[in-house]
Write a protein of this length. Sequence first.
Length: 183
Amino acid sequence: MQAIVSALDDPFRERVEEIWGELKAVFGLKGVIGQTRPHFTYQVAERYDEAVVDAALLRIAAGTPPYEAHTRGLGLFRGDATVLYLAVVRDAGIERTHERVWAEASAAASEPRMYYAAETWVPHITLAIGDLSEEQAPDIMRFLGRREYRWTLPVTNLCLVPDTASAASQWQRYELRGAVDLT
């Protein structure tokens, strides 16, 4: 599978990676360590037509100014796999970017995952997945719950993840460089 995401930059990348390290040290969780880098996702598809998605992401990045995203606490997805995440607020900047990605990159997408569509999308930063059990979740939530998670994240990029199991070094990064509207 492939994805369109925004990668977190320092110091927030480091904060999330520290949480991953603590979850490994205290609870033995290592499902995300070495598998990805901290990010939140706009769209996932089985694959993208490379030339079409590249052109779309270049257009989106050129017309989208950097913006701020906000986090507001922890959450859990339950289902086939339990996922612990840091919730990202669906405010104006992230909504506009999500809408543009879906409007312009969908033509390049084969089998887009509809749980990332506007009606069902829950923007988030994954903290644990894969080896997190439902039984561990309450203890982990208490452990992590002592922190403040009201972060203001600078969003400066879109990235094409060529394979959701690939290293972050293989991601194609597009810097947001649209003009900021000061009116």
